[in-house]
Design a protein around this ligand. Structure first.
Ligand code: 5GP
Length: 208
């Protein structure tokens, strides 16, 4: 099935910052609600398009089974994360579910300076920081096909206590409300469609 052509949400985000019509050094940020499938999209790009350079974040969370240091994340302790912040080595960082995550600045700047597209997969707080620091970045919001699907993904087998479930759903409502801040929305109906749309956004300057 052909993917819908993604529509730009408008040249001006709710921050009021106008962005250039083209992105000569294209920095693309993939963000969206927790549970929408951002990491699945990135894992698929890593698998099927190894030529695409993906920023590797630093995080204080422990590796999950199958994750490798330096591939999914740089796994660091709190002391090292503090050092990265103090040394100004992070382009942005945020706390998410009790752990800290940040984008190492130098590798991103080097890739952009060399004219290569760069993709960051980060949470909403991080996306807002990138918007402020680099107004020319293209912000892509990954949205669920519908609310029921997001609920299914967030609460899974429903083994959590009701208050945990409610907290997650409330957070998801707040996160979904951030969509108008983004330049483009991609709906996660199919991982392959999202990957293809994202890759074409990353290399195509937006005509004005
Ligand atoms: P997870 O622990 O499931 O891999 O990631 C949790 C959340 O952290 C996801 O929403 C992911 O997008 C976000 N995240 C991953 N790396 C970064 C980063 O470098 N900066 C920010 N702000 N968020 C990140």
């Amino acid at each position: 099935m052909m993917a819908d052509v993604p529509a730009r949400n408008g040249a001006e985000g709710s921050s009021g910052v106008s962005r250039p019509a083209t992105w000569p050094n294209r920095l693309t940020v993939l963000s969206g609600p927790s549970g929408v499938g951002k990491s699945t999209v990135v894992a698929e790009i890593r698998r099927s398009h190894p030529e695409v350079w993906l920023s590797v974040s630093a995080t204080t969370r422990a590796p999950r089974p199958g994750e490798r240091d330096g591939r999914e994340y740089h796994f660091v302790d709190d002391t090292e994360f503090d050092r990265l912040i103090e040394a100004g080595e992070l382009l942005e960082w945020a706390e998410f579910a009790g752990n800290r995550y940040g984008t190492p600045k130098t590798p991103v700047e080097q890739r952009l300076a060399a004219g290569h597209p760069v993709l960051l997969e980060i949470d909403l707080q991080g996306a807002r920081q990138v918007r402020a620091a680099m107004p020319g970045a293209l912000l892509v919001f990954l949205s669920p096909p519908n609310w029921e699907e997001l609920v299914r993904r967030l609460v899974g087998r429903g083994t959590e206590p009701p208050e945990v479930r409610e907290r997650r759903l409330e957070a998801a409502r707040v996160e979904l409300a951030a969509e108008p801040e983004f330049d483009v929305t991609l709906t996660n109906t199919s991982v392959n469609d999202v990957v293809n749309e994202l890759l074409s956004l990353m290399v195509t300057p937006t005509p004005h």
